[in-house]
Structure formats: structure tokens, C-alpha cells
Design a protein. Structure first.
Length: 117
């Protein structure tokens, strides 16, 4: 007489998440940032080509900007982190959408937070 062996079940959602009024753990994913509405993704500086020649209002009417993205000493554009925010999400959503075992951010910062707990 042989017995069928059930496959090992892998839980992707906390058992408490299914209980109404139960505890649902929330985290801030280190790889998940959202740009605020109306925000600029980079730090802007006045463009020296247009400095003193046009006002910002006149430039907007014509169709260009008197500002440009600011660069650091290595030539990389500087991100404006004040205009980004990090929403609080469930670890299940982070595992499903953003977790990448090869990414160094996931290996160092959020593996413990998303996967192991």
C-alpha cells in the first residue's frame, strides 16, 4: 500500500493577513521610490546660456526653460531626493514585484526584512 506524499506548501502571504482584523506587517522597500506629483526628478540650476537674457515666464511662453539639470564632479545628474517618497507596502507585494536575489540592495538591506520574516 503506497501513500501519496503532499508537496511542500510555500506560504507567500502571512497567515495573519487572511484573518479579518489580523496583523498585517508593513515595510518600506529600499528599491521602491515614487516621484511626488509636480516634483522634479533632478536638482535644477540656472542655465548660464540664458542667465539674464530671458525671464522664466518669457521662456515658458516661448517653449523652453532657463533651468538645466545639475551635475556632480563626475558628470552624473544629481537626483532630487526631496521630491521622492517611499510608500509603506506589504512584504508580499515587495517580494512579488521588486525583490531580485541578484540585486545588491535586496541582498544587503531588505532580504531580512522582506523574505526571512
Amino acid at each position: 500500500m503506497t501513500t501519496a506524499v503532499e508537496p511542500k506548501k510555500v506560504l507567500t502571504v502571512s497567515p495573519y493577513a487572511r484573518i479579518p482584523g489580523g496583523y498585517l506587517r508593513r515595510i518600506k522597500c529600499a528599491r521602491h521610490y515614487i516621484l511626488k506629483q509636480g516634483g522634479t526628478p533632478f536638482v535644477m540650476e540656472p542655465d548660464p546660456r540664458w542667465y539674464g537674457k530671458f525671464s522664466e515666464k518669457t521662456a515658458n511662453e516661448v517653449g523652453f526653460s532657463t533651468l538645466r539639470r545639475k551635475k556632480d564632479k563626475y558628470g552624473q545628474w544629481i537626483q532630487n531626493f526631496k521630491d521622492y517618497y517611499q510608500p509603506i507596502i506589504s512584504p508580499h507585494l515587495a517580494r512579488e514585484r521588486w525583490y531580485d536575489p541578484v540585486n545588491h540592495i535586496c541582498q544587503k538591506q531588505c532580504k531580512r526584512q522582506c523574505i526571512l520574516k
